[in-house]
Unconditional design. Structure first.
Length: 355
């Protein structure tokens, strides 16, 4: 075993203590496979997919790698329809749609299901038996956890606090992803309307690694080998990097997204916002995040109903050459993005850890 080998990496057959975060919308079979082939753990974010599409993504990944990879699911409380709030949000965004000669949706939908109630996704996973399954926004029920364990899946779940981590441990999950406030994409907090201590990655990693017996995976703001080494020193058994892999050519990021990551422009800053999807998420500030922060912004509908409007507005703007309303998730360390092919990035990170 190398000097950075851990029980977690040994259990998953990894050469490197590196996990590519499953940022939904940017992960692809090619990206996950390239990371796994390089000795780290690739990931697919399938939370926005139906079961058949997720199955196809798993099959495509398996044609590209024999290594382990992770399938990530969202375990949020299902949305509650609220016609008044939904109408107010549609009306609030209507002038922005009009700028691009478009009409907002007549009504908003819950555009994808929580794994907590998605039996088709569960049955697909039990058929496909991926090596690793991870949960975000909470935990599925005990029966689903037991069924996935019985299928041989190694289970991970995101925690943003000690309380959430203890709940993960009590549920029998195998490892905890300690997500600091620096992380790009959706914050994994169980209750987005509850208290949030907004712990940073290093503080949370150290806290969980000293208080709990489960392996801890540090996540949030980590972009290079020095950041991984710091997390390992504080007790993590691996580090999960999301933003670092978004600029890889194998990701699904479009040209505007890549440019925002790679061009050092002081105008690009990240903010935590609910206005894109309905839950707190960190990404580049843009006109949609500004609308969500305005004093006149109405009370938002539930997640992911808000996302239905945001996606439609982005599509209308993009058709006219504008990325002003895009969901471009990015962590606080985005200025360290490199745009390398995924395998080259894994090798570079490994060399930096060793150095």
């Amino acid at each position: 075993m190398t000097k950075t080998a851990t029980p977690l990496t040994a259990r998953l057959g990894l050469s490197h203590p590196i996990i590519q975060a499953p940022m939904a919308g940017t992960t692809t079979p090619a990206l996950a496979a390239a990371v796994s082939n390089a000795g780290a753990l690739g990931s697919l974010g399938v939370a926005a997919m139906h079961a058949d599409a997720a199955r196809e993504a798993i099959k495509q990944t398996r044609t590209l790698t024999q290594g382990a990879f992770n399938i990530n699911l969202f375990c949020h409380k299902p949305a509650q329809a609220d016609a008044r709030r939904e109408r107010a949000w549609i009306d609030y965004l209507a002038p922005s749609f009009a700028e691009f000669g478009a009409q907002p949706p007549a009504q908003l939908r819950e555009i994808y299901a929580s794994f907590m109630v998605d039996d088709d996704m569960l049955h697909m996973l039990l058929d496909e038996r991926p090596a690793v399954v991870s949960f975000h926004f909470g935990l599925p029920d005990a029966k689903r956890i037991a069924a996935l364990h019985a299928a041989g899946c190694y289970l991970m779940a995101t925690a943003t606090s000690l309380d959430e981590a203890r709940r993960i441990e009590a549920a029998g999950i195998d490892a905890i992803v300690a997500q600091g406030i620096e992380a790009g994409g959706h914050r994994g907090i169980f209750d987005p309307d509850g208290p949030d201590e907004q712990l940073g990655t290093l503080a949370l990693t150290r806290l969980l690694s000293t208080r709990l017996s489960l392996p801890v995976i540090a996540a949030g703001g980590i972009m290079d080998g020095a950041g991984i080494a710091a997390a390992l020193t504080l007790g993590a058994q691996a580090a999960q990097l999301g933003t670092a892999f978004v600029s890889c050519p194998e990701s699904n990021a479009d040209a505007a997204y890549r440019q925002a990551l790679l061009v050092q422009d002081d105008a690009h800053v990240t903010v935590m916002t609910r206005s894109i999807s309905g839950r707190p998420a960190r990404g580049f500030a843009n006109r949609l995040t500004a609308l969500g922060a305005a004093p006149e912004c109405p009370v938002l509908p539930d997640y992911p109903v808000v996302y239905d409007a945001g996606k439609a507005l982005h599509a209308a703007a993009k058709a006219r050459g504008s990325a002003d309303f895009a969901a471009q998730w990015a962590g606080q360390g985005f200025r360290l993005s490199r745009g390398l092919p995924a395998a080259d990035l894994v090798r570079t990170l490994r060399a930096e850890i060793d150095a």
